[in-house]
Design a protein around this ligand. Structure first.
Ligand SMILES: Cc1ncc(C[n+]2csc(CCOP(=O)(O)OP(=O)(O)O)c2C)c(N)n1
Ligand SMILES: [Mg+2]
Length: 361
């Protein structure tokens, strides 16, 4: 990290508005050397969304196993990075706000932005009320026009190509809105990833884009160590002169601060920044690999709860009650969604081609 990117200890905020909280009202979590000082209020909010995301994903997995859905893929194990990201998005529609080009492990980002969990449950069950695809797409394939979340595509890495477009539009437009794109480590072998690095960093027109790779060390069943000549994926960005860093995405404070610094830089300088976040993949790749809890990976929620307890920000009882409450809520929602209708066959051509036989989005 270059010196001009260093920030002084500050009260982190649950953006988009910067927190007006005072510096005394902050807690440094124990056993963490990070400079980040995040208020207890924000720490509990982060924890709330992390638990909400985890319990929601576990409900979606149960639905898959009970045949209330055809396929599950999602993001348990990425919450410590994704929640701090979602909370700092400048949320809204149009070029003055952030555009998000996400992939299928991004539920915690979208929940942190304020999405209703029942929408994910509806998409899992593929009912007509699914707000993201009308019952057509896989789980966790969000599409939210009012928040500039462009439709998530199952084909990996295409999002790095579409991100170039909104970043160019935002560069022309001015203001502080940025483009955010994320994807996995294996996908960086695809051409769109290289295109994104090239277009983001052209000296004639650098782009205001936060390029994220969440590195869980696997592409489905292929371990990454045999696939990358570079030591770190962030080294690829360095070759293009893009500011970059590799962080522990299982650490809430490190993630929050890195995202805050990167966003501040991009909003002000209108240049790209690259973050490689090392994360866990707690339920394997997807339902195609069984969607069972895998041992041996660090669980960011367990790590964060330990710190919250040691620092007396929350008690074990409070955290257990929160989990129980979400577990019951999402079970009730799943029961409700089971009663909702599937898309009618007459709608099959809706949303396929704009202006053709059906309706356009
Ligand atoms: C263009 C394309 N090729 C192959 C696939 C099949 N596929 C789905 S997920 C995946 C692995 C992606 O791994 P990574 O980029 O590391 O993301 P992760 O799933 O680990 O988060 C592959 C190869 C695909 N969806 N799209
Ligand atoms: Mg991966």
């Amino acid at each position: 990290m270059k010196s001009h990117l260093k920030v002084a200890a500050r009260t982190a905020s649950a953006s988009p508005e910067r927190s007006k909280g005072n510096q005394d009202n902050v807690t440094q979590l124990k056993s963490n050397d990070s400079k980040a000082r995040i208020s207890p209020e924000v720490l509990t909010r982060i924890h709330d969304v992390m638990v909400k995301s985890r319990v929601l994903e576990e409900r979606l997995i149960k639905m898959y196993k009970q045949s209330d859905g055809y396929f599950w893929i999602g993001g348990p194990g990425e919450e410590a990075f994704n929640v701090p990201l979602g909370l700092q998005v400048k949320k809204g529609e149009g070029k003055d706000y952030d555009y998000l080009h996400l992939h299928y492990r991004s539920s915690a980002i979208v929940l942190a932005m304020g999405a209703e969990p029942i929408g994910s449950i509806r998409q899992m069950k593929n009912v007509a009320t699914d707000p993201y695809s009308g019952g057509r797409n896989f789980s966790n394939h969000y599409s939210i026009r009012k928040w500039n979340i462009v439709p998530i595509s199952s084909t990996i890495e295409t999002q790095y190509a579409s991100a170039i477009g909104t970043a160019i539009a935002q560069k022309r437009h001015g203001g502080t809105g940025i483009t955010i794109v994320n994807g996995g480590d294996a996908g960086t072998a695809e051409g769109e990833f290289a295109s994104c690095l090239i277009w983001a960093s052209r000296p004639i027109n650098p782009l205001p884009i936060l390029i994220i790779v969440t590195n869980n060390s696997y592409g489905i069943s292929t371990p990454s160590e045999g696939q990358h000549g570079e030591k770190q994926i962030s080294d690829r960005a360095r070759a293009f002169g893009i500011e970059s860093r590799t962080i522990n995405g299982n650490d809430v404070e490190e993630s929050y601060q890195a995202i805050q610094e990167a966003m501040d830089y991009i909003r002000k300088e209108r240049k790209p920044f690259f973050i490689e976040a090392r994360v866990s993949r707690l339920y394997g790749h997807s339902s195609a690999s069984g969607a069972n809890f895998v041992g041996g990976e660090a669980d960011p929620l367990v790590l964060f709860e330990k710190k919250l307890e040691e620092s007396k920000v929350m008690t074990r009882k409070q955290m257990d009650e929160l989990r129980d409450r979400y577990t019951q809520e999402f079970l009730d929602m799943a029961k409700q969604v089971k009663q909702e209708p599937m898309p009618d066959a007459s709608t099959i051509y809706d949303y396929v081609y704009f202006g053709q036989r059906g309706k356009g989005w």
